[in-house]
Design a protein around this ligand. Structure first.
Ligand SMILES: CC(C)(COP(=O)(O)OP(=O)(O)OC[C@H]1O[C@@H](n2cnc3c(N)ncnc32)[C@H](O)[C@@H]1OP(=O)(O)O)[C@@H](O)C(=O)NCCC(=O)NCCS
Length: 266
């Protein structure tokens, strides 16, 4: 949900009625998590194990460019009214969605997508950079917005896009990833809280801040590898789709000539 974020809090409130208390029913306490998500502890073996775990549940994520605008628009238009409300914070009309997609600045922001085998864009994240700091001590911030098509939810795609966005922002030297969500949006707040974000509820709206550690050679390599694999996966799916189209055309032509009722065969 695009919105200029307020100043990031130094720490979550101690109020027992606060949002952290509510979140504890369906996710880890964000205050209990370390303030900065660190590199895996335990040396190279632990890092290798973490990398293997990530690979075993790997999801191809592709960086989208201007030429993908029509796919982005199709994805967003496919969202149900309630999902549009959760995504944008208002019941976005088709026209507002088109305007939003046309206004994305691909030179500044990042748009990440997950495609299914038929090359339909089933999950989309927008990482908006360049939000002006509201105080000298605030540092740099990026805002995360995401949507997953209804039929593809609950498979961890939202979380994957969040992790990828955090990695990319970190590698750009961003200190904080900001998420603005409606307080009723449990999946989104759960993703943020599980990553260690500080979540603050303000009535019907909530804000989450995830502090990012500085980039490392490892985090840069991880992003580069993900980019190559995501691109390779997309090209393979495209070739498979072209091949399947070709096989279907050949089958159609063959069926046409094999048809017994053709007048020239009679
Ligand atoms: C928010 C959204 C992107 C999540 O996508 P997703 O791919 O289904 O998310 P994941 O599968 O990664 O699940 C995220 C977490 O939410 C949990 N979750 C899913 N549905 C839930 C629900 N109704 N109540 C509580 N938790 C829920 C999942 O169990 C998971 O937690 P876990 O990994 O600890 O089990 C998706 O619901 C969506 O597109 N919503 C509409 C747009 C929107 O709300 N965007 C966010 C505002 S920017």
């Amino acid at each position: 949900m695009p919105k200029t974020p307020p100043t990031a809090p130094a720490a979550a409130s101690d109020d027992p009625q606060d949002w952290d208390h509510e979140l504890s029913a369906f996710g880890p306490d964000p205050n209990a998590a370390p303030p900065l998500p660190a590199e895996p502890v335990g040396g190279p073996l632990a890092s290798a194990r973490a990398a293997l775990e990530r690979l075993s549940t790997w999801v191809p994520i592709r960086a989208l460019a201007r030429r993908h605008r029509h796919r982005i628009i199709d994805h967003l238009l496919a969202l149900e009214p309630q999902d549009r409300y959760l995504r944008f914070g208002y019941p976005a009309s088709d026209e507002q969605i088109r305007k939003y997609a046309l206004a994305i600045d691909f030179g500044r922001d990042e748009v990440l997508g997950i495609f299914n085998r038929r090359l339909q864009l089933i999950a989309l994240a927008h990482v908006a950079y360049g939000l002006p700091p509201t105080s000298a001590s605030q540092g740099s911030m990026a805002e995360f917005g995401v949507s997953v098509l209804a039929q593809s939810r609950g498979r961890g795609l939202g979380r994957r896009l969040f992790d990828a966005a955090a990695l990319h922002a970190r590698n750009r030297g961003i200190d904080t990833l900001f998420i603005h969500a409606l307080s009723e949006n449990r999946p989104m707040l759960r993703i943020a809280a599980a990553a260690g974000a500080v979540v603050e509820r303000d009535g019907a709206e909530s804000a989450a801040w995830l502090r990012l550690p500085p980039d490392t050679v490892g985090s840069q390599v991880e992003q580069a590898l993900d980019r190559q694999l995501g691109e390779l996966d997309f090209q393979l799916k495209r070739q498979a789709q072209m091949l399947s189209g070709f096989v279907e055309s050949v089958a159609e032509v063959k069926a046409h000539f094999d048809a017994p009722s053709r007048p020239d065969k009679e």
